[in-house]
Design a protein around this ligand. Structure first.
Ligand code: CMX
Ligand code: CO
Length: 140
């Protein structure tokens, strides 16, 4: 199955503060900002590089409330890496293939992700403790 790393998601308390930190430290640029009510986040994508299958990014995530995936993560573990997202050419096909190997899918069907992408999550306990996201980038 073709895969690349699309982004690494970082949970934080203060999005603006962490954007400034990543811009200052790594000289990255914010290419998209979004509020995703369904995922319970306010987020920013910082561009790293472009590759054959699409770009790669750091995704900074601030929770919209305590009772959201990122809000619960911050309360339990504090700030840091929240998930790794693999870029795939067809998210529905990737869900079917990976699901057939016994990995639990957290989404029954793809949902709306950053920059017009389609996304789905895999249970961290079935992937060595790493919350994993599958991303099909928006077609251009
Ligand atoms: N990475 C690794 N392990 C994680 C985790 C994470 N981000 N979040 C939870 N876990 C672990 C917990 O530590 C817990 O383990 P233990 O039982 O050993 O303590 C186990 O998974 C279950 O966690 P929980 O706290 O009981 O369950 P939650 O209600 O917090 O749900 C999860 C966890 C992964 C199912 C939920 O966060 C989820 O559905 N996530 C997918 C959606 C999401 O994260 N959206 C935000 C990002 C949006 C985007 O990228 O665009
Ligand atoms: Co993500």
């Amino acid at each position: 199955m073709f895969m690349r790393i699309d982004h690494v998601g970082i949970a934080c308390h203060d999005l603006e503060e962490k954007i400034a930190l990543f811009e200052r430290t790594f000289e990255l640029t914010v290419v998209a900002r979004e509020i995703n009510e369904e995922q319970g986040v306010k987020e920013a994508m910082l561009h790293i590089a472009d590759g054959d299958g699409g770009g790669s990014y750091i995704q900074l995530l601030e929770p919209l409330g305590p009772d959201t995936p990122v809000g619960k993560f911050l309360a339990k573990r504090g700030e840091g890496v929240h998930h790794v997202a693999f870029g795939v050419p067809d998210v529905t096909e990737a869900m079917r293939e990976i699901g057939s190997k016994g990995v639990r899918l957290l989404d029954e069907k793809p949902r709306h992700g950053s920059m017009g992408s389609s996304i789905a999550f895999l249970h961290p306990k079935d992937v060595g403790g790493m919350l994993t996201e599958l991303v099909q980038a928006q077609e251009h």
